[in-house]
Design a binder for this molecule. Structure first.
Ligand code: NAD
Ligand code: AKB
Length: 329
């Protein structure tokens, strides 16, 4: 990877992946693009362009202008937003991906595209969900994710495009609050714990889902794209996970650090139905064997760090980087 373009760069993942890539490959070697306008801080941190990922012509111009050889394609509509507007989710998630894959084929780029635990459905084995198993998702987001996995495989087998990707679990992070997802509750709980000492959760107390802390999610994307392709048997849609927990488990870990933290529940039927259709916990053996996936954060280490970073932010104590310490499980 010499020159990289990141779509959906202003989202939850892009807000942390772009700085990580810039510190590794150089600020002028990473072009960030998004449908929305960036805030001045982000715009000043390296090349930024507004781009609708479905606009193949403009995408081709930018890929040529910056001699891009690798695209991290993050632009998408997530699960709950997808259920609110299925037509838009299909259009952005499928036609956006096709536009990226076509440009990659024409101009010789590698492509990283995240899939999701949403690519599974109610008749998928729920515990230790295997890498290769039944995929009959019931949400439009999940349907676009399975289709995306297949399209990426197709472009590799048919055209030799170097496509790679992981199935991310719910991602927890402190830089950019997530919007429009189902696993977002797990992020909001930390914010509310620090700001209010209490949280009303839209997912039932005992609903288990896989989760991952952002530093591990970023490392997965970079490690997979840097991996020796000869070792990749799956290439796309690797199951990865770092932990599996339910809202009550997260609340219990928060109480280790904020003993009087309170939680109650006001369940959102749409997001609960999405969560019910996803696995309880994934098996991620293929990722471990084929490219060395090895997450560093468990629920305790992540809780400690999230609370410490957010406390620092909300106490107004800024200017100390992101406050992350080398916390490990
Ligand atoms: P996000 O919703 O936070 O960010 C998506 C970004 O895409 C936004 O900045 C939005 O402005 C941009 N965008 C939307 N439509 C666009 C368009 N037509 N053209 C260009 N940009 C557009 O999403 P995220 O959480 O950063 O997720 C990135 C990828 O990772 C997605 O494919 C998502 O499905 C996948 N993923 C995320 C999670 C998670 O927990 N965050 C989990 C599993 C998979
Ligand atoms: C969502 O909840 O929609 C995402 C995901 C798991 O893909 N966080």
């Amino acid at each position: 990877m010499k020159n990289i373009l990141v779509t959906g760069a202003l989202g939850q993942i892009g807000s942390e992946l772009v700085p990580a890539l810039r510190s590794r490959y150089g600020r002028d070697h990473v072009v960030a693009v998004d449908l929305r306008e960036a805030l001045p801080d982000f715009r000043d941190s390296g090349p930024f362009h507004r781009l609708d990922c479905r606009d193949t012509k403009l995408l081709a111009r930018l890929v040529k202008k910056y001699s891009v050889d690798t695209i991290f394609h993050l632009a998408a509509i997530l699960s709950a937003s997808g259920e609110a507007n299925p037509g838009k989710a299909w259009d952005v998630n499928i036609n956006g991906l096709l536009s990226v894959l076509e440009i990659a084929r024409e101009l010789g780029c590698s492509v990283f595209t995240p899939s999701s635990i949403a690519a599974f459905g109610p008749n998928t084995p729920k515990d230790y969900t295997p890498q290769d198993t039944i995929q009959r998702p019931t949400s439009i987001y999940g349907i676009t994710k399975v289709s995306g996995e297949l399209l990426c495989d197709y472009y590799w087998h048919r055209y030799g495009v170097d496509t790679r990707g992981v199935r991310y679990p719910g991602i927890i992070s402190s830089v950019k609050e997530p919007v429009g997802g189902t696993t977002d509750y797990a992020v909001y709980m930390y914010y509310d714990a620090v700001r209010k000492g209490r949280h009303t959760c839209f997912i039932k107390s005992d609903t288990y889902m896989d989760m991952i802390y952002m530093p591990d999610a970023i490392k997965a994307a970079i490690d997979l794209m840097e991996a020796n392709p000869d070792r990749l048997r799956h290439r796309n849609a690797f199951n990865i996970t770092a932990m599996s927990f339910c809202p009550e488990d997260e609340a219990a870990y928060i109480r280790k650090y904020i003993p009087d933290f309170e939680i109650d529940y006001d369940v959102d039927p749409v997001r609960q139905a999405l969560a019910n259709s996803w696995p309880n916990c994934l098996e991620d053996y293929a990722a471990r064997v084929e490219w060395g996936w090895d997450p560093q954060y468990d629920l305790d280490a992540m809780t400690r760090e999230m609370l410490s970073v957010l406390r620092e932010r909300f106490s107004g104590d800024k200017g100390k980087g992101n406050g992350r310490k080398k916390s490990r499980r």
